[in-house]
Design a protein around this ligand. Structure first.
Ligand SMILES: Cc1cc2nc3c(=O)[nH]c(=O)nc-3n(C[C@H](O)[C@H](O)[C@H](O)COP(=O)(O)OP(=O)(O)OC[C@H]3O[C@@H](n4cnc5c(N)ncnc54)[C@H](O)[C@@H]3O)c2cc1C
Length: 245
């Protein structure tokens, strides 16, 4: 049955979704893994034995970049964000597992990214040394209008092909990178720290990075979840310049 283009109602978002869907991650996991090297097999409840010593050990591991004790834990996030964020995200190969929704097996839904007024629109400076500044009211209005028009047109073309019997995997070629996708991403504290060091900006970062704002929004939300699960590890990460061990 042919759909009426007027029935297709794209929706426009400016935010990202990040849910912690499962985890086995705590500061005890770091201590447990680290102490096997000096004391052999350990109980998992290392933290409660001597909290100050535990805190010191985690800080020492972070400072001297003994990284492997930070790998014995797991966090799985459900993330919904524009495809251009996922293109950047999946460059992180080590210590990450991904499963993303399929554009071959299901019809993609018309949800698209439009920046809100908090998103700085104008880049000033040269490559490698630039800043982003607020756009004018006119630039904001133009960006919203042009993006929405373009998304509508692309999604209508997609629908037209589907209605004519063209396969989803072929028809999706016309959809833009502003389309939302979703995935599960599983990592451990070490791979998350490496990600955060590159994809967030922070006053405590010893090595500054310049991430695109939208992937930074995802990183900030993952960081909030992780900070609650592993507060000592999180504090040591910040205290040591936000460089992954
Ligand atoms: C601000 C910013 C701008 C960027 N711009 C671009 C761009 O313009 N174009 C572009 O293509 N990418 C760009 N990237 C992506 C970047 O080059 C990395 O691919 C991405 O940040 C993932 O980092 P990673 O390789 O360290 O992470 P992971 O893939 O998770 O690797 C983790 C670590 O494992 C080691 N490692 C992994 N694979 C190898 C290997 N094959 N050989 C040796 N060591 C390895 C390295 O020590 C690496 O740091 C950008 C990233 C950032 C943060």
């Amino acid at each position: 049955m042919t759909r009426n283009p007027d029935d297709i109602k794209p929706s426009f978002r400016s935010d990202v979704t990040v849910e912690l869907v499962k985890h086995t991650a705590g500061d005890s996991d770091v201590l447990w893994a680290a102490r096997v090297s000096t004391a052999g097999e350990q109980s998992l409840d290392e933290l409660s034995k001597d909290p100050e010593r535990s805190k010191g050990l985690i800080n020492y591991l972070m400072r001297d970049r003994h990284g492997s004790p930070f790998e014995h834990n797991s966090m799985t996030f459900f993330i919904s964000a524009p495809i251009f964020v996922f293109r950047e995200f999946m460059r992180h190969r080590v210590g990450w597992s991904y499963n993303e929704e399929s554009g071959r097996y299901r019809e993609l839904q018309p949800v698209f990214y439009v920046p809100d007024e908090s998103r700085k629109l104008v880049q000033e400076g040269r490559p490698g040394k630039y800043v982003f500044v607020e756009g004018t009211q006119a630039q904001q209005e133009l960006t919203g209008r042009v993006m929405e028009d373009s998304y509508r047109q692309a999604y209508e073309a997609y629908q037209e092909m589907l209605d004519a019997g063209v396969a989803r995997e072929v028809a999706r070629s016309v959809l833009p990178v502003g389309l939302y996708s979703s995935m599960y991403a599983t990592c451990n504290a070490r791979s998350l720290m490496h990600f955060l060091g590159l994809r967030t900006q922070h006053e405590l970062a010893r090595v500054p990075s310049f991430p695109q704002r939208e992937i930074e929004m995802v990183g900030e939300r993952m960081e909030e979840h992780w900070a609650k699960l592993m507060p000592l590890t999180y504090a040591a990460f910040n205290a040591n310049g936000r460089v992954a061990p």
